[in-house]
Design a protein around this ligand. Structure first.
Ligand SMILES: C[S@@+](CC[C@H](N)C(=O)[O-])C[C@H]1O[C@@H](n2cnc3c(N)ncnc32)[C@H](O)[C@@H]1O
Length: 415
């Protein structure tokens, strides 16, 4: 299968059948020729990240939208025509026509041929005049999200978030300081550069997960904003910690490292297959204070109330802070996604709070930028629970450090 046919098949799976892009590519990319792998990855992720901009280039050339497969093919062709360097237009169009014929017959082939020739003749379509519409198309974010960010954070911040989401994030890792110092790693491998936190480094190679450093448990793959959560919890050696939504264990294992692996961290998650990942992570990092358990955070059966020094609720969320890294969320997100998440987050926070000792700490965190899931959620909780006071809260916008967007709130239970 040639590179464009491969990219087309991948995009249909991801966009229409909702297969996760990273899982699909991890499994299938090995079947592609080595020389094609870079091109395939660039077309797939480029089309996903720019899905609105790509569609905008051709949607006014058709009376009604063609079937989904053809629309995906036109999107990826528009991406190659306008946003990739050095690809000859005739090759892009010829191959798209061949793919359309093969999958949809002569009629689809003719449609793709006609649309792409018109698109190429016109060149890049002028963006809308309206400032927010222009931002939405240019950075491929849905109108409702732009409207929400503008209302919640103001127009300037909304623009900065959208623009930052179009940047390529660095590969970031957290050094396991129990096993080696950051300086030792930097001295031994010049693919790493120093990060902005005490434990963080950036990697310039192809894949962190394939380094011996990762395999040998010297580091974990984790964005810097996400690393800030464990510092925010500030766990101390010998404490008893509860992490109620812990899988795959990135923050639990960071807390264990900060505690010098002394104490106990109960790491719950509702999904059994994800709980296994926590144990695998702890084994790889050689941490013994981690205790993974399958557990529903809205019930927390079998745990003794008021018995934990610190409780972390890193709740399931809409993920609007990680759109630069997770093209799938960007492509598929719907405003209705929040409707089920918000009551679930409230129920988790409510139950988890009962586990905090007097004088103990409760941390609520998300990787989303949405006050309804963040500040408002914490506000509602504090109104109901006078026994807790807000110590501090923080929103990390992606444009501040070129990191993911995060929210975290720290509350203390009265002694
Ligand atoms: C944001 S992720 C947690 C990431 C994790 N803290 C880390 O740093 O690796 C949210 C997790 O909540 C879990 N989850 C969803 N509903 C849950 C529930 N009712 N009880 C416990 N875990 C739940 C999901 O399986 C998912 O692993």
């Amino acid at each position: 299968m040639n590179a464009r046919m491969f990219a087309y098949t991948a995009l249909c799976q991801i966009c229409i059948h909702k297969t996760y892009s990273n899982l699909y590519l991890r499994k299938e990319l090995d079947k592609a020729e080595h020389k094609d792998k870079g091109l395939i990855t660039t077309i797939v992720y480029g089309t996903l990240q720019n899905y609105r901009l790509c569609r905008y280039q051709w949607e006014d050339m058709v009376q009604k939208l063609p079937k989904e497969e053809t629309a995906v093919l036109l999107d990826m062709s528009a991406y190659q025509l306008f946003y990739m360097d050095k690809l000859p237009a005739y090759a892009i169009i010829n191959e798209a026509v061949e793919i359309a014929k093969k999958h949809g017959g002569k009629k689809q082939g003719a449609l793709v041929n006609a649309v792409l020739h018109k698109v190429m003749q016109r060149g890049q379509r002028e963006l809308p005049k309206d400032v927010l519409q222009k931002l939405a198309i240019k950075t491929s974010h849905p109108d409702w999200l732009i409207k929400m960010w503008k209302a919640q954070y103001g127009e300037e911040t909304c623009r900065a978030i959208c623009e930052s989401n179009m940047e390529t994030r660095k590969q970031c890792a957290r050094v396991n300081l129990m096993r080696m110092s950051r300086e030792e790693l930097l001295a031994q491998d010049n693919q790493f550069t120093v990060g902005q936190l005490a434990s963080s480094v950036y990697y310039q190679g192809t894949s962190l997960a394939h380094t011996s450093w990762y395999e040998d448990g010297m580091l974990s793959i984790q964005d810097e904003a996400s690393q800030l959560v464990a510092y925010f919890v500030d766990p101390q050696p010998k404490e008893r910690i509860l992490d109620v939504c812990a899988a795959p264990g990135t923050k639990s294992t960071h807390m264990a490292e900060l505690m010098q692996d002394e104490g106990e961290i109960i790491c719950g998650d509702i999904h059994e297959h994800r709980v296994e990942l926590i144990q695998q992570g702890a084994d790889r990092l050689q941490l013994h204070s981690i205790h993974p358990v399958v557990m529903d955070a809205t019930k927390l059966q079998g745990l003794q109330e008021a018995s934990f020094d610190r409780v972390l609720c890193d709740v399931p969320c809409s993920g609007y802070g990680v759109l630069a890294r997770k093209s799938d969320i960007k492509y598929h997100m719907q405003s209705e996604d929040m409707d089920t998440l918000i009551p679930l987050q409230a129920a988790i926070l409510e139950k988890a709070s009962t586990m905090v000792k007097q004088g103990g700490i409760l941390v609520y965190s998300t990787c989303t930028l949405n006050k309804k899931e963040n500040e408002k959620q914490v506000e509602k909780f504090l109104k109901k629970h006078e026994e807790f006071t807000l110590v501090s809260q923080r929103t990390i916008f992606p444009f501040e450090f070129g990191s993911d967007g995060f929210y975290m709130a720290k509350m203390e239970k009265k002694a």
